[in-house]
Design a protein around this ligand. Structure first.
Ligand code: ISL
Length: 520
């Protein structure tokens, strides 16, 4: 294991700053709040924190619309509070990763204000401006991820600008060398302040095909899909020039010691794997792998997904797994609370770096949001689709104290999970059968067992409904058996049961309903 880097052995924990801990009573989490809750992160046993955007922002997309890449949003704190947080995180032997948002800025960023001020402004070309199509209307057929045309008309200068997301998130032009230089300086700014790396937002989007041709229609589209999915994003994503830039990000990052780059990439395996780059020109260390989120919770399906993904990796590519995020439905809401325990065992025993989303260690379910409290712009632009992201962005319930669960002294920006009086960190700390206790124990086991952290992995044949695999390191061999069904299943296993997701002893040769088992 000595030859493995921290980001290979380690586990990443995503903190969504707005919803972690409020310290100043405005109902929104902040940096000082995070610092005050580092005991929880350390006791959990993770290795790194990935912090969703904390930069100055009008919050049209809750921080993914950045108005100053080198500052801290006043709602969250200031640079001094940030420096203190970095120091406190490092004192505990943890790492801190920031969220870098290179595809677009806020429409309130001074760069965009300049760019839109006139056609001959020096920053005009820092964004993507085009004349209307010959017959009038948007320059091409591209659709925003959040619905509607990806083009916004600017009456003052008589051109459209491109926005892959909200109109308040104009796309930056990475073909402009000055823009690129300014953004590389942003990475240096934070690396010099001691951050341990970045999660790079929609990295696969940052360069578009020259000439901006129409995207082809998606033959598989149906009205249950998002508007964005009407088109195949052939010309708006995954361009060779974006790979080249990602190699530049890596070269810059590698000039600092022990840093990591994570890329948010959504692509089929063969094209996804190219984001590792080559041994000579590496790109990101970890192109995020969302397949546990995207696929049905069924053993035969997951077996294929896991096998295909691992087989697709280049020899120098290290695997990784994501089970939840601020964009995805809560895992316990999707598959149920008992199965969420099995899913946690899966996440923490697969070969590769796991990313754990805040609140999943408590098995928080989908939180119902009353219509008048919905904040997610993705919902507001496509209200007919059931895609609200607010349900997985609700505040952390820390304890049973009235009225806001220790999160804030005032009404939080989103409601708490309704079961917070019993489902909270303090309550689960007292309960050895809790999801929190299970998560801590699995993380401790992963730390103690090189077979789990860095060992080889082999999928095993198993009865219907069971996902089984082996992890090995040196002489040590562990078998993981996951019953993805609510039935008892006779599953041949021998050896010593080390760990069950249920609270009583394992039955030899049997898997109980919703049981995950580690056998030595
Ligand atoms: O939300 C999605 C699927 O659940 C995606 O279509 C989403 O747009 C994609 O995951 C990109 O997400 C990232 O960039 C967005 C931001 O809204 C998300 O929160 C962020 O994770 C734009 O910056």
């Amino acid at each position: 294991g000595e030859q493995h880097a921290w980001w290979q052995r380690g586990v990443i924990y995503q903190i969504y700053a707005r919803s972690f801990q409020d310290s100043d009573g405005d109902g929104v989490g902040d940096l000082q709040g995070i610092a005050a809750r580092l005991d929880h992160v350390a006791a959990l046993g993770v290795d790194a924190i990935w912090l969703s955007p904390i930069f100055p922002s009008p919050m049209a997309d809750f921080g993914y619309d950045v108005a100053d890449y080198c500052g801290i949003e006043p709602m969250f704190g200031d640079l001094a509070a940030f420096d203190r947080l970095v120091a406190q995180v490092h004192q505990r032997g943890l790492k801190l990763l920031l969220d870098f948002v290179p595809n677009h800025s806020s429409d309130q960023h001074p760069w965009f204000l300049e760019s839109r001020s006139s056609r001959d402004n020096p920053k005009r070309d820092w964004y993507i401006w085009r004349d209307p199509a010959p017959g009038g209307g948007p320059p091409n057929n591209w659709i925003s991820d959040f619905g509607g045309s990806a083009w916004e008309w600017d009456a003052k200068t008589g051109q459209y600008y491109l926005h892959a997301f909200l109109p308040q998130q104009p796309d930056l032009n990475w073909r402009n060398p000055e823009l690129k230089r300014a953004m590389l300086d942003v990475l240096r700014f934070w690396l010099d302040r001691g951050v341990d790396g970045f999660r790079i937002d929609v990295l696969w989007h940052i360069v578009k095909s020259e000439g901006l041709p129409d995207n082809p229609l998606n033959p598989d589209w149906g009205p249950e899909r998002t508007e964005r999915d009407r088109l195949i994003q052939q010309h708006s994503t995954d361009q060779p020039e974006a790979h080249a830039i990602s190699a530049e990000f890596r070269a810059l990052t590698d000039s600092y010691a022990d840093r990591v780059l994570i890329g948010e990439i959504f692509l089929p395996n063969d094209r996804h794997a190219r984001w590792y780059g080559t041994p000579d020109a590496p790109q990101v260390h970890l192109p995020f792998n969302f397949q546990l989120i995207e696929n049905a919770w069924e053993a035969p399906r997951l077996r294929v997904v896991i096998a295909d993904y691992l087989a697709s990796l280049p020899p120098h590519g290290w695997p990784n797994w994501v089970l939840g995020s601020h964009d995805a439905p809560r895992i316990a809401g999707r598959i149920g609370e008992r199965q969420a325990r099995v899913a946690m065992m899966l996440l923490l025993t697969l070969r590769g770096t796991p990313t754990l989303y805040q609140g999943d260690e408590l098995a928080i379910g989908e939180v119902p949001i009353p219509p008048e409290r919905i904040r997610d712009p993705q919902h507001h632009r496509q209200p007919h689709l059931d895609i609200g992201r607010d349900r997985s962005r609700t505040p952390m319930p820390w304890d049973g104290s009235q009225p806001h669960a220790g999160f804030s002294s005032t009404e939080p920006w989103l409601p708490l999970n309704p079961d917070w009086p019993t489902r909270n960190v303090a309550a689960q700390e007292q309960d050895p059968a809790s999801m929190l206790a299970l998560t801590r124990a699995l993380l401790a086991m992963r730390r103690a067992e090189p077979a789990l952290a860095v060992g080889g992995m082999r999928l095993l044949d198993a009865p219907d409904g069971v996902l089984a695999y082996e992890r090995e390191h040196g002489e040590r061999r562990l078998t993981i058996l996951l019953n993805l069904t609510p039935r008892s299943i006779a599953a041949p296993w021998e050896g010593t049961p080390l760990f069950s997701t249920l609270d009583r002893a394992a039955d030899p040769g049997m898997l109980r309903p919703d049981e995950g088992l580690i056998v030595a």
